[in-house]
Design a protein around this ligand. Structure first.
Ligand code: ZN
Length: 308
């Protein structure tokens, strides 16, 4: 059954996410072109060498308190969480050059290498600092301070090019990221291996859970929670030697019934896609946008500004 899984997954992913990119994507291209110009051309924020680079690296992904040290009342205060400005969070999948057989829709999920590099350079030149989920959690629940111009970079589905292409690119800027791993793919051709995931974790990135084989959370019953959530999360904890606190919904799809199930299994927050947050439980519907392969750095920036 698993033999055909990667293909089925890509197809399902594309169908499920199509409508979401449409709402956050190309429609916005022409609206705020001036923002990016002022930011990226500012020489004061463009320095990335010597002492400046060290300071930049320190500002990126500063350690934050463990979420378990934050009182439950803070995490339960939905109104306070919703009132805080959202941090832009970008979601990436494959990073590789387009092939002739890639469909039009697939190209939202496949970002050409040069486009990805240009997007990262834009973020760095514009003075963005990457933040990690513990920092975001402390900010959302207690108002803890974040570095200036925070952005979170997230990579879903365990694709190998996240290690071979994205990792060295992020390293140039001292950037850290979140990798939401679907454990069924570990070690398969074109996917990351367990030692790669371990290395990403050891290097200060965060590993999150993204189910066993990418089934829709809204359809889970009984044993599905064990198969899709408990076992794969335990696998990730064994690989990294760290507790896994964060979850990303396959296809960005969620329902409120999932929240207690995730909480029961130790998660403190979960990430969706561009849809509106749940008004009672915003920590379990933290929004992200898919950074499309069609987006120039300027389009990406426009979407970051407008969507969050
Ligand atoms: Zn996924």
């Amino acid at each position: 059954m698993n033999k055909f899984l990667p293909l089925a997954l890509s197809a399902a992913l594309l169908v499920a996410c199509e409508s979401k990119t449409a709402t956050t994507g190309e429609a916005n291209t022409a609206t705020s072109a001036e923002t990016i110009q002022t930011d990226s051309l500012n020489p004061a924020t463009a320095a990335t060498s010597g002492a400046a680079a060290t300071a930049e690296a320190e500002a990126n992904a500063t350690p934050a308190p463990d979420p378990s040290s934050i009182p439950a009342g803070k995490a339960g205060d939905a109104a306070a969480i919703l009132a805080r400005p959202q941090v832009p969070i970008l979601c990436y999948h494959q990073i590789r050059d387009w092939r002739a057989k890639d469909s039009k829709n697939a190209k939202d999920y496949i970002i050409p290498i040069a486009t990805f590099k240009a997007q990262m350079k834009m973020l760095a030149d514009s003075g963005y600092h990457t933040v990690l989920p513990d920092q975001l959690y402390a900010y959302l629940t207690t108002g803890a301070k974040l570095p200036s111009k925070p952005v979170m970079l997230t990579f879903d589905d365990t694709d190998l090019d996240q290690f071979t292409i994205a990792r060295p690119e992020l390293e140039k800027y001292g950037y850290k990221a979140v990798y939401f791993v679907m454990t069924v793919s570990l070690g398969r051709p074109n996917y990351m291996t367990k030692p790669m995931v371990k290395q990403l974790s050891d290097e200060g990135n965060i590993i999150g859970s993204h189910t066993w084989d990418h089934h829709n959370v809204k359809k889970y019953q009984g044993q599905d929670w064990v198969t899709q959530i408990e076992k794969p999360t335990k696998t990730l904890e064994e690989i990294t030697g760290k507790k896994i606190n964060y979850f990303a919904y396959p296809f960005g799809l969620w329902n409120p019934q999932a929240f207690p199930e995730l909480k029961k299994r130790g998660f403190v927050a979960a990430f969706s896609l561009a849809e509106k947050r749940d008004q009672q439980d915003p920590l379990f519907t933290i929004r992200r946008i898919i950074a499309s392969g069609y987006w120039s750095p300027r389009t990406l920036h426009n979407n970051m500004v407008q969507s969050f």
